[in-house]
Write a protein of this length. Structure first.
Length: 264
């Protein structure tokens, strides 16, 4: 009887450390079991027929939240600033940069900090545009730009970019770390939808429902890439496991709409 009771306790203890969800089970805080199937399930929860910048009943039931109402900048502010910087405007229900030239100190970030989440946005690039989604960033006056601390989901019209680019700089890459596995994006002037999933130490990036990047933070591969390239000049890059999410202003016109998030 004591042995049976021991095994029952052992089973309870094991399930307290592991979310028992069949093939999608993962250790809490470990983040080592996020799969492409799991990301695709999250992608399938997104409505493509709901009204612009609104949540469908399906999305509400699944726990998605709206991050942009299409009319105001509520929920966002400039990095190390109050309110929305003058470089940004709202056009036809989209957040967009309204000036040209470099202005990365004018990035906008979410008011709220996120740790485990699925983030989706529709975006459209102008010809030769460059932007990105930066996440796990730290807002602090000792940093000038969000990219000094947070990884970036790269968005760029590299076909019309004037300079040669590395493979880790092209559309869909995890900037300066992982080149995209595929190129499922539509060209400039057409809408795309991305999904970014961060769960524990795992990160998955998708464009138009297709996997473009998958990695595990702090893995041997991640550490080698982090410590052998651009980020050696930024000691706090990748240091934070939670943070704000940023829409990057790279001085070119990009439109963002239907911005939604689900905390995991």
């Amino acid at each position: 009887m004591k042995k049976i009771f021991y095994y029952i306790l052992l089973g309870v203890s094991t399930c307290s450390l592991t979310l028992c969800t069949g093939s999608q089970s993962k250790k809490v805080g470990d983040g080592s079991r996020l799969t492409v199937d799991r990301a695709k399930e999250l992608y399938s929860e997104i409505s493509f027929t709901s009204q612009l910048n609104e949540l469908s009943d399906k999305e509400k039931d699944a726990g998605w939240q709206l991050l942009f109402d299409g009319v105001t900048g509520n929920g966002w502010h400039g990095y190390n600033q109050q309110g929305i910087p003058e470089f940004w405007s709202i056009e036809d229900g989209s957040l967009t940069v309204n000036s040209t030239g470099m202005g990365e100190e004018q990035d906008i970030i979410t008011d709220k900090i996120y740790r485990n989440f699925a983030f989706t946005v529709e975006y459209k690039l102008s010809k030769g545009a460059n932007s990105g989604i930066i996440f796990q960033l730290k807002e602090d006056s000792k940093y000038k730009y969000p990219y000094e601390t947070g990884p970036e989901f790269q968005l760029i019209d590299h076909d019309n970019w004037p300079d040669p680019l590395e493979d880790w700089q092209i559309h869909g890459a995890n900037y300066a770390m992982y080149p995209p596995l595929a190129k499922p994006y539509n060209p400039f002037g057409e809408w795309n939808r991305l999904l970014l999933v961060v769960e524990g130490n795992d990160v998955i990036q998708m464009i138009n429902g297709e996997l473009v990047v998958s990695y595990t933070k702090y893995s041997d591969e991640w550490n080698e890439l982090r410590n052998s390239g651009k980020w050696t000049d930024f000691p706090d890059w990748g240091k934070f496991d939670e943070g704000n999410i940023s829409l990057q202003n790279h001085g070119t016109k990009v439109w963002f709409r239907n911005i939604k998030i689900k905390e995991l």
